[in-house]
Design a protein around this ligand. Structure first.
Ligand code: FES
Length: 306
């Protein structure tokens, strides 16, 4: 465990005994079963070429439900259960100009990508916005990135002309660049809006938390095709909660519509998508949904492949 910035601790996780770690690729995350009992997704920060350890960095979230606090209270040598790496934020290995764009703790998956790009000798830009200088994580790595990495750090307490400005950054991004972005919702929404005027930019992002809880929504019915069971999902309850009430325990992790663990095939019905995992294209296709947050249209029936 190493404190790497104000409120941010990096954890080096090594396997117990002879257990082999599963390989991962830059941009991947793992589920960590925190001591508080919450499951949290943390991006792997280290170079994907490493096979002997996973490194994650955890920011203390004073407003959180205790997962990050319990991680920060761990001691060296503590035993943690983690899930296998999953990657929904893949780095494309080609020669398109690449920009890595981070807000706060969103720097974590981008550091893993920077390792790969440096090793491949692919020049790239890294833009990193933080609240204050003491919040800059991985400073050693950023300082020694070398010529291949053009790194800019923006602090909210910098003079106005040096602060992060989504509009001016979007205007400066190279034509046809691929931009990988991770950070708080407000930051990513501002960049997404600014990039709307640049259709040539391929903007890829990963959210680590839902912006705000989606409202409960009116009642609808869910029908489980494989069980031959139909149950009403009341206003104020989610499909997930309703299924649990029936003694059914689907696979879940974030329960915020962010991680994709509860992705379920929809056989029939109209979905009210409320997740931050599926693309707009997926939403339009209407054949899969995240049952922890998304709903059926009011008064209708959704038939799920469950
Ligand atoms: S549990 Fe993470 S999206 Fe549903």
């Amino acid at each position: 465990m190493t404190a790497i910035a104000e409120g941010i601790v990096a954890f080096e996780l090594v396997p117990e005994g002879d257990t082999a770690l599963l390989p991962f690729t830059a941009g991947a995350h793992i589920d960590v079963y925190t001591p508080s009992g919450h499951v949290r997704q943390y991006s792997l920060v280290n170079d994907e070429s490493e096979r002997h350890r996973y490194i994650v960095a955890v920011q203390w979230d004073a407003a959180g439900r205790g997962g990050s606090a319990s991680m920060h209270n761990l001691g060296v040598g503590a035993v943690l259960h983690v899930g296998q790496p999953r990657n929904t934020f893949e780095l494309v290995r080609d020669d398109v100009p690449t920009v890595l764009l981070a807000g706060g703790i969103g720097i974590t998956p981008l550091i893993a990508m920077a390792h790969v790009l440096l090793r491949r000798g692919r020049p790239f830009e890294l833009h990193y916005a933080v609240r204050a200088d003491n919040r800059v994580a991985f400073r050693d790595f950023l300082d020694r990135g070398g010529d291949g990495m053009a790194c800019a750090i923006y602090r909210d307490d910098d003079p106005p002309e040096w602060r992060f400005d989504a509009g001016s950054l979007a205007a400066r991004i190279k034509d046809g660049a691929r931009v990988y972005m991770c950070g708080p919702s407000g930051f990513m929404d501002a960049v997404s809006r600014a990039c709307a005027s640049r259709p040539d930019i391929d903007l890829r992002l990963e959210r680590f938390a839902a912006p705000e809880p989606a409202g409960p929504g009116p009642e609808f019915t869910v029908s489980l095709a494989r069980r031959g069971l139909s149950v009403p999902v009341p206003a104020g309850a989610t499909i997930l909660e309703t299924l649990r009430g029936e003694g059914i325990e689907p696979d879940v992790s974030c329960e915020q519509g962010v991680c994709g663990t509860c992705l379920t095939t929809v056989l029939e019905g109209q979905i009210d998508h409320r997740d931050y995992f599926l693309s707009a294209h997926d939403h339009k296709a209407g054949d899969r949904m995240l049952i922890c947050v998304s709903r059926g249209k009011p008064g209708t029936t959704l038939v799920l492949d469950l």
